[in-house]
Design a protein around this ligand. Structure first.
Ligand SMILES: [Zn+2]
Length: 241
């Protein structure tokens, strides 16, 4: 007791919080996802990882962390960007346009990308180091030639659903945790659509990586906060074993 009081006094006077002296108490406050929660692992595919045609910087770094996090969830869904050849989101489909320029399509503004994640190609495959054998569902998105889909729930036209919200409803899942690639596009749109569909949505920041073109990363975090998406770190999740 004597020692503790002295440590507490020293810590207080140095501006160190009591929490740093109480790791056990902190551990107890970690999140343990239950049967009503699901982890959505967004687009960890060859095209989006180093060596791929639309590689997210250090996109492969998050794979071991995602594998560990997935063990804390009974319910895991993977998403897979899955485009036709000549897809409307490809710069190569628009004469005179380069990747990262934009065009206006019937459903709104569309950023143009290098060709990526063409159905059935090696680039569209889930990265080989993703090790989540208990994942229950793979949602493929962006398979309509004329409509992109960053979100795992609703395509970029704002109305065509993938069916994922119905799946969650049928399974009694009310909270989704989102990780993967890229923070400022498919992760953000998935989390924000989850909110629109009445789900609680949490993005685990350090298990995501962003593209960050023209300020898109900061803009995405702002939009997510406004939509009621929670932003946490993986250390806030209780990992088994
Ligand atoms: Zn895509």
């Amino acid at each position: 007791m004597q020692t503790y009081s002295r440590r507490w006094f020293v810590a207080s006077s140095c501006g160190v919080s009591l929490a740093t002296l109480m790791p056990r108490a902190l551990a107890q406050s970690k999140i343990t996802p239950g049967a009503d929660s699901a982890l959505i692992v967004v687009d960890v595919q060859n095209c989006f990882t180093p060596g791929g045609s639309l590689a997210v910087n250090k996109g492969d770094e998050i794979i071991p962390l995602i594998n560990r996090l997935a063990k804390a969830f009974q319910n895991v869904v993977l998403t897979q960007d899955w485009h036709t050849p000549g897809h409307v989101s490809f710069a190569s489909s628009h004469a005179g346009k380069k990747p990262f320029e934009s065009v206006v399509l019937p459903y709104g503004n569309q950023i143009l990308w290098p060709d990526h994640c063409v159905q059935g190609t090696d680039g569209a495959a889930i990265h080989k180091d993703i090790d989540i054998p208990h994942a229950q569902l793979i949602i493929r998105k962006g398979f309509n030639r004329n409509v992109d889909s960053y979100s795992a729930f609703v395509e970029a036209d704002g109305k065509s659903k993938t069916g994922l919200d119905g799946y969650f409803k049928e399974r009694g899942i009310s909270t989704v945790y989102v990780v993967g690639l890229a923070t400022d596009f498919c992760v953000a749109w998935t989390a924000m659509d989850a909110r629109k569909l009445g789900l609680a949505a949490v993005v685990i920041e350090d298990a995501c990586r962003g593209i960050d073109t023209q300020g898109s990363l900061a803009a995405a975090w702002k939009s997510m906060a406004e939509a009621g998406v929670k932003r946490i770190q993986s250390s806030e999740i209780a990992l088994p074993g």
